[in-house]
Design a protein around this ligand. Structure first.
Ligand SMILES: [Zn+2]
Length: 244
């Protein structure tokens, strides 16, 4: 007889993988990193665990741990669901965040990144500008993954003044001389400010500012290129958002 023990987990559901008709593997991110478990019957809307196991639910789960280290849901309790009423930018931002979580976050960075996941979805839920939150989310994901750019000096020569451009392939800001040597176009001052803002904002200040309409799409596009160049992952959902 296998020894079985129940453990309490808390996290945000970011993916549901249906198995057969009504069962699913539920993938979550929590304080201690990623975890996933098997949940019987949970695709059925009448299941008592349906809400707790829906994507973007933050829930507590009592999970049964078998000797094979496989986790099975015993009981789920919904704390909060971050899925919003249909609103184009909110839906796209949430989808972009989920896509980045599924594809670009490495499991060993999950625990360090969790506070940004919680804060990001909470800010969207509170009605903060969703595209700014998405931009911060991508910036912090890059930092946590070890791909944060150089923002206090020229990434090529180390010069602190006369910064005129940002280049994902150089890994940061560029001074006038290096930008012209590399044939990289000057970036608008507003864009350079926005890049600094989303990378440097402390966790508790996320939601305290929004990036202006004219700068948000160039900013997201820069961040998407950075994610692609550093992790090899193309965020298709974010890319489709940029077409509008
Ligand atoms: Zn330089």
């Amino acid at each position: 007889m296998a020894t079985r023990e129940n453990k309490l987990y808390k996290g945000i559901v970011y993916r549901l993988t249906p198995i057969k008709e009504k069962d699913a593997m539920v993938s979550c991110i929590g304080q201690d990193g990623l975890f996933s478990f098997f949940a019987r019957g949970v695709m059925n809307p009448t299941s008592s665990d349906f809400a707790a196991c829906s994507v973007l639910s933050q829930s507590e789960f009592i999970l049964n741990v078998s000797t094979q280290d496989a986790l099975r849901l015993k009981e789920g309790t919904l704390i909060k669901n971050y899925r919003q009423e249909p609103n184009y930018s909110v839906a796209m931002a949430s989808q972009g965040m989920l896509e980045a979580l599924c594809k670009a976050l490495s499991p060993e960075d999950a625990s360090a990144f969790y506070p940004y996941v919680e804060k990001g979805f909470a800010c969207i839920d509170e009605g903060k500008d969703p595209l700014t939150v998405l931009a911060i989310f991508l910036a912090k994901l890059l930092i946590v993954s070890g791909y944060g750019p150089t923002l206090d000096q020229c990434a090529e020569c180390g010069k602190k003044s006369d910064i005129v451009a940002f280049s994902p392939s150089s890994g940061g800001l560029l001074c006038r001389e290096c930008a012209s040597e590399l044939g990289i176009e000057k970036s608008p001052v507003e864009l350079l400010k926005a890049i600094r803002a989303v990378f440097l904002v402390p966790l508790d200040k996320i939601g305290s500012f929004s990036i202006s309409g004219a700068m948000i799409l160039p900013l997201l596009s820069t961040l998407m290129v950075m994610v692609e160049e550093s992790t090899g992952v193309l965020l298709k959902g974010v890319a489709s958002l940029l077409k509008y």
